[in-house]
Design a protein around this ligand. Sequence first.
Ligand code: C5P
Length: 232
Amino acid sequence: MGKDVIVACDFASAEQTFAFLDKFTGRKPFVKIGMELYYAEGPAIVKEIKARGHKIFLDLKLHDIPNTVKKAMAVLRNLDVDITNLHAAGTKNMMRAALEGLTREDGTRSLLIAVTQLTSTDQQSMEEDLLIEKPIDQVVMHYASCAKDAGLDGIVCSPLEAGKVHDSCGANFLTITPGVRFADGDVGDQKRVMTPAQAKEIGSDYIVVGRPITAAADPVAAYERCVAEFCD
Ligand code: C5P
């Protein structure tokens, strides 16, 4: 899969999601389904969006004992999404078990991506709450290399980290980067942001864009602008 813009459909219901997706009569965006929408609507929402012709990143961030994650992934694999994810903090054993669960009998599977440290975790909370005392950027790079060792396809990271991740884990190790804003747009609650053009420049493989598209006066125009800046 090449570079693409993934639209974060952070909606509370199928109704709101379809009202949004109905606007896209031309190119069908790659869609991210997160916990809110998935827990509200269940697996049916994944099947319905897929049936409309969208690629899907199912962002459920699994984290449990290896056996449980393996079994959960074996269920999720039937949804046939393009990308799904888990927490690297679950350890390499958990990541390997997840890959086993996700892989179909014919050897095919969805891409599997690791979340490293969430951007909501800062150095202080990592040290105080998790007793991890290394610098956070070292922790992120270590989790990335664990994900690579375990056989995963890439990580979610800030666009600012994408270049470093490619340098240490290889050009083919995928970087999926949220925190994208237009140069003339609202930053909102995102702290470290880049424009789609800058994310392209630094080598992000996929950008995840939510509110700059979902809350735009003209979401289709905002999406096309992202695609033009990032993909073309
Ligand atoms: O609306 P916005 O463009 O900020 O949405 C970004 C999306 O990426 C949201 O779904 C958010 O949960 C997700 N995300 C993030 N930062 C991370 C991981 C995921 O913003 N570190």
